[in-house]
Design a protein around this ligand. Structure first.
Ligand code: HEM
Length: 382
């Protein structure tokens, strides 16, 4: 897997890929498939949390927690204790050392995850987080946000090859939260199609989603914090966006592609021939109109309209029943103002708007990773 795909997270680690490949290798045992080698675990400890850096896996679960109201000093102690427990749960699940028999002995869970702190908690407890993360996102035109499905003091995102270990770990997280006087505010699960060879997964409109993501240099500038205490932290913006997939699918194919600014088949921009060609938002047709129309999604979200700023998008689809399917937009960036600028442009005139409804929102400061044997969030309490 090349570095770009790795960082972009566009490569969905297909748990079945290794298995399928090795199943083709026949041993001298009468043609029975050789046992696939176990997939290596995703290391938990490191400068940055694996839930941002590991290749995207096909299943995700988000869990938001609210801490019990408490005086600042008690609240800080409760938070410290809870972060210690969350570190233990995630490290054990990632390393295959959980005391929970369900996570041992079988297939390794290959879980990765992240923990972030919401603006409300950071403000209440006077935590060390970047100043720009102390405010909630502004309201955007067209928002239909359900507060019970968004916000929260802490946000965890768990990812794995399938949902099974996510449910087990979510149960452990819920128990640890309860013991610390915290409650689960909301949960949301999501999925991606399994892809092979680093291919970009498709969203429920059928388009490749996650193509134009920053490379390492751009990520250092736009995704991770500046050198200093927040260098290995980032900000997660989460939006639950309902998609009218039937109405979009009913559009003629060329209208769908003009709305997106890319081709559905190979994901190439309308101005290019290959998926990773840079969209040329200034290219014109002979009649003077833009090749990528004025209201196309990739024009309005283009870094060229934003001083080159890029966010790392690692979205998932969700399906909560008829009429409630869509995208869990998950994007990482140094400053949530990046999201606000793009979303203001999209909300004003994105051709996709007729098919979208933003139903929930959250923003959190994603903590730097924990060093080997350390605890997440140690820098919050200086
Ligand atoms: C359900 C809603 C959405 C859908 C279906 C969608 C879909 C897509 C697709 C198919 C692409 C082109 C392929 C790619 O580069 O990944 C794209 C690009 C992009 N989208 Fe979205 N998107 C949605 C919402 C949003 C939102 C809310 C934002 C941010 C406010 C956003 C920001 C971007 C950005 C920054 C790009 C890359 C532009 C570039 O660098 O060329 N998208 N999106």
């Amino acid at each position: 897997m090349d570095r770009r795909a790795l960082l972009a997270g566009g490569a969905v680690l297909a748990a079945g890929v290794g298995a399928a490949a090795t199943a083709l290798v026949r041993g001298g045992d009468g043609g029975r498939a050789a046992a696939p080698p176990p997939e290596p675990p995703v290391p938990f400890f490191g400068a940055r949390q694996a839930g941002v850096t590991a290749p995207q896996q096909p299943a995700t679960q988000l869990l938001a927690l609210d801490l019990a109201p408490a005086a600042a000093s008690d609240g800080r102690a409760a938070l410290r204790g809870l972060l210690g427990e969350l570190t233990r749960i995630l490290a054990e699940a990632a390393g295959g050392t959980s005391a929970d028999a369900r996570l041992r002995g079988g297939e390794p869970a290959r879980l990765d995850g992240l923990v972030g702190v919401g603006p409300g908690l950071a403000t209440r407890l006077g935590l060390n987080v970047p100043a720009q993360v102390l405010a909630e996102l502004p309201a955007f035109p067209g928002d239909r946000l359900d507060p019970a499905r968004g916000g929260g003091d802490l946000l965890l995102q768990l990812c794995a090859a399938d949902r099974w270990p996510l449910s087990v770990v979510a149960e452990q997280v819920t128990a640890a939260a309860g013991a610390a006087g915290a409650t689960v505010r909301w949960t949301q699960s999501g999925f991606l199609p399994r892809t092979t060879g680093g291919a970009t997964p498709r969203n429920l409109f059928g388009f490749k989603d996650g193509t134009a993501n920053p490379d390492e240099d751009a990520a250092r500038q736009w995704v991770w914090g500046p050198p200093g205490p927040y260098e290995h932290g980032t900000v997660l913006v989460y939006r639950r966006i309902r998609m009218d997939t039937a109405a979009f699918a009913a559009l003629p194919a060329d209208r769908r592609e003009l709305a997106m600014g890319r081709r559905a088949g190979d994901g190439a921009p309308l101005t290019g021939t290959a998926e990773h060609d840079e969209p040329d938002i200034y290219a014109k047709n002979p009649d003077g109109s833009y090749v990528i129309p004025a209201t196309a999604h990739v024009r309005l979200s283009s870094p060229r309209l934003d001083g080159g700023a890029r966010m790392l998008r690692r979205g998932y689809s969700y399906d909560d029943g008829p009429g409630d399917r869509g995208l869990l937009f998950c994007a990482f960036m140094r400053d949530p103002a990046q999201f606000t600028r793009v979303q203001n442009r999209l909300a004003a005139r994105d051709a996709l708007n007729a098919f979208l409804e933003h139903t929930a929102s959250a923003v959190v400061y994603v903590l730097p990773g924990a060093p080997e044997g350390g605890v997440l969030g140690a820098g919050l309490f200086g």
